[in-house]
Write a protein that binds this ligand. Structure first.
Ligand code: ACO
Length: 326
């Protein structure tokens, strides 16, 4: 059976926040952010927009794109590090909001920017064992739970939701191969600790300002992101019996322009074949890869017959890659 993407959908917060605005909250500048990250602006969710509403918006757009109804969905996998509530999972809230049947739903929580491709990996196997129409969503509203006083991290991120419906395909959109991996030994380099059972949330964390702080060793993350995304891309090409030269468009996780350039250089892929939108959205975590793929398709950068390579890396550390034949 051929399995692949039946459709894509996106939902973006309305507010666009340019780099300059960050200098109101932290000691930074548009120049610093552009030079180090390539980011120029990002979306920030407003009071009416949340993880579940954005996820539902992306899901509805993906349903429209596939000419399907919510009742046609057979499973929902939602990847996020910024859930609507601590419990239950956001996927259950989205299932109800969409008006689905009583289908199984679950969140992939904590796998950061690799979450969407991990979800695609699982969805492909679910379809092979009999499900049709598995909705995979990547969504983050990180602006609401991160520290707006920590310049090391706050300038990097943006809010967004993007989704794909995975199911049996007749050629176009086929996932030729997908790979994923984890190295749990590096978990301490990137993450958020306060609020878990190891360090339950308490008033002392408000006093110390730790309650919403993201722990991040930027340089280590940078190195690992380049190494792992490059390796995952090579592995998925090998698995499908394809070469780098066969790739029409490379759509990597949009963390940082320098990371993207470096991965492309390691793969010896010319930049004309790399889709980049980090300048407009910043790092949108698990929404990043499907948002970039959706936008590339909307701009006519994905045509019938194209071979599209996706790769992502995130907290955990987790990584994944997929190869799509359009
Ligand atoms: N504005 C101004 N100065 C800043 C800012 C800021 N927003 N943030 C940090 N700095 C300062 C630091 O305080 C430090 O100052 P110091 O040297 O006086 O101590 C200096 O800039 C840091 O400089 P470098 O370490 O040389 O910065 P670098 O070139 O490594 O860039 C960055 C930092 C952008 C975080 C980079 O390491 C990076 O992109 N790493 C990857 C991080 C990432 O992508 N995280 C997202 C989550 S994971 C993922 O999606 C893959």
């Amino acid at each position: 059976m051929r399995v692949g993407f039946l459709s894509l959908g996106v939902c973006l917060p309305k507010r666009i926040m340019a780099n300059d605005e960050w200098s109101r909250y932290v000691d930074t500048s548009d120049e610093w952010i552009r030079e180090r990250t390539g980011i120029e602006r990002r979306r920030i969710a407003g009071p009416e927009e949340g993880t579940a509403t954005l996820a539902e918006g992306a899901a509805r757009a993906a349903l429209d794109d596939a000419s399907l109804q919510a009742a046609d969905l057979e499973e929902i996998i939602l990847a996020t590090d910024t859930p609507e509530v601590y419990s239950p999972d956001t996927a259950a809230i989205v299932q109800h909001g969409l008006g689905c049947r009583e289908i199984p739903t679950y969140d992939l929580a904590g796998s950061g920017c690799a979450g969407f491709l991990q979800g695609v990996d699982i969805a492909c196997s679910r379809v092979r064992t009999g499900r049709r129409n598995v909705l995979v969503i990547g969504v983050e509203v990180i602006s609401r739970i991160m520290s707006w006083q920590d310049r090391n991290t706050c300038v990097l991120f943006g809010d967004a939701a993007a989704a794909a419906i995975v199911g049996p395909v007749n050629g176009a959109g086929e996932v030729l191969a997908v790979v994923a991996g984890t190295e749990g030994g590096k978990a301490g380099i990137l993450g958020k600790e306060i609020g878990g059972t190891r360090r339950p949330f308490g008033p002392e964390h408000v006093a110390s300002g730790e309650y919403n702080r993201l722990i991040m060793n930027g340089r280590e993350v940078y190195k690992e992101a380049v190494t792992r995304m490059t390796a995952a891309a090579r592995e998925v090409l090998d698995r499908a019996g394809k070469r780098v030269e066969d790739v029409t468009l490379f759509v990597p996780h949009q963390a940082n322009l320098r990371i993207l350039h470096s991965v492309a250089e390691h793969l010896q892929l010319p930049l004309e074949r790399v889709y980049i939108n980090v300048q407009d959205y910043g790092n949108t975590g698990s929404a990043s890869v499907p948002l970039a793929l959706w936008e590339a398709r909307a701009k006519g950068r994905v045509r019938p017959g194209d071979l599209v390579l996706l790769t992502a890396f995130g907290a955990g550390f987790h990584w994944a890659a997929a190869l799509i034949q359009y």
